[in-house]
Design a protein around this ligand. Structure first.
Ligand code: ACO
Length: 321
């Protein structure tokens, strides 16, 4: 392995399905209301895939945007990694379907599953492939159709999730201004039962979810705090060296508590969940894209990514965009 090589991220793109489900729409389906959802989570709406629209469709639409943004042909890609917890089929992978649909004939392709932390796990694998020379251009996608594993009769979970995909390219860094600086990953299988997507069907949802909301809430704050503090310390950095914190977009109260408990300035955090709810492994690229499009994140900025999800899995990354 050549340790001098670094990877860089470019071509961040998002795809959200057309159909929008508002909090008011949800209040006609379960005993909830807009005021409760906004005050307890910050979420205002979520996008929902059609019945015949699958995770690979969302992944393809985001990937095509990434390729266009980077002026790349699909045949320029030599590896496709899709992070998803909601594939259409258990086998074959979502990634090979993306490969076929975009015509990435020169790529090897596979899925990973680390729930809401999946994008950071995927980033770590893609970064290693670039550093080792095993791939030159990795298409990394986080894509989910959470609506297909949501029990729409359970108000404690159905208000929290949405569908969508986010993607980017990992390639060799050619200067110090744009590169992945560090990545750190963690898991704790002893807490696997805090969030589970079961194989069995319930209330017409394919693989239903159970979650201990208050435990997940506390774990998210603790784990993301640990991941951020560890990666800063290990790289001789402080939060002052960071332009933007990009936390997993599950609940605005989790992000606010994360910042308050660790003395991170809340103004440095990007919050996009009001627009799309929790799209699991797609939230990090979506939030970066939102930060860029809203004019806050600029080229050369230092981003601190962090996520926590089922497993439990969690992690962080420092990226010079
Ligand atoms: N509408 C109205 N009332 C509701 C709803 C709803 N959708 N859901 C729950 N309630 C009620 C409860 O029944 C309870 O009523 P009670 O006091 O009469 O028993 C009351 O609201 C308070 O419920 P809590 O669970 O204590 O509410 P809390 O403030 O903890 O918020 C929430 C619940 C939003 C689920 C929160 O715990 C949370 O966000 N947890 C993290 C979950 C998460 O993000 N999971 C995603 C996967 S992992 C990840 O992405 C980090």
């Amino acid at each position: 392995m050549n340790n001098k090589l670094s990877s860089k991220i470019s071509g961040i793109a998002t795809y959200l399905p057309e159909k929008i489900l508002t909090n008011d729409d949800l209040s006609k389906m379960v005993d909830t209301n807009n005021e409760w959802i906004v005050s307890r989570t910050g979420i205002e709406k979520r996008h929902i895939a059609d019945d015949n629209e699958y995770t690979y469709d969302l992944a393809v639409k985001s990937a095509v945007k990434t390729l266009q943004q980077e002026n790349l042909k699909a045949t320029d890609i030599d590896c496709i990694i899709v992070s998803t917890t909601t594939p259409a089929d258990k086998c074959p992978s979502t990634a090979v379907k993306v490969q076929s649909k975009i015509g990435a004939k020169n790529a090897f392709a596979f899925d990973i599953q680390a729930a809401c932390s999946g994008f950071i796990y995927g980033l770590s694998i893609a970064d290693s492939f670039i550093k080792s020379g095993q791939a030159k251009r990795v298409l990394l996608i986080g894509a989910e159709t959470m609506s297909k594993v949501t029990d729409w009769t359970d108000r404690s979970t159905c208000v929290l999730f949405g569908d969508g995909a986010g993607s980017c390219i990992l390639s060799k860094a050619t200067d110090e201004c744009h590169k992945v600086i560090a990545i750190k990953l963690y898991s704790d299988g002893d807490r696997y039962d805090q969030i589970v997507i079961h194989n069995s069907e319930k209330n017409n949802c394919r693989g239903h979810m159970t979650m201990n909301g208050s435990e997940v809430f506390k774990s998210a704050i603790r784990c993301m705090g640990e991941a951020v503090n560890d990666i800063l310390n290990e790289n001789d950095m402080t939060i002052d060296d960071v332009d933007w914190i990009i936390p997993h977009q599950a609940n605005a109260r989790i992000i606010k508590s994360l910042c308050e408990q660790n003395d991170y300035p809340i103004e440095k955090s990007i919050i996009s969940l009001q627009n799309h709810a929790n799209t699991s492994s797609a939230t990090i690229p979506m939030a970066i894209d939102y930060g860029i499009k809203s004019g806050r994140i600029k080229s050369g900025n230092i981003l601190l990514l962090t996520a926590m999800g089922a497993g439990l899995t969690w992690g962080s990354a420092i990226v010079k965009l």
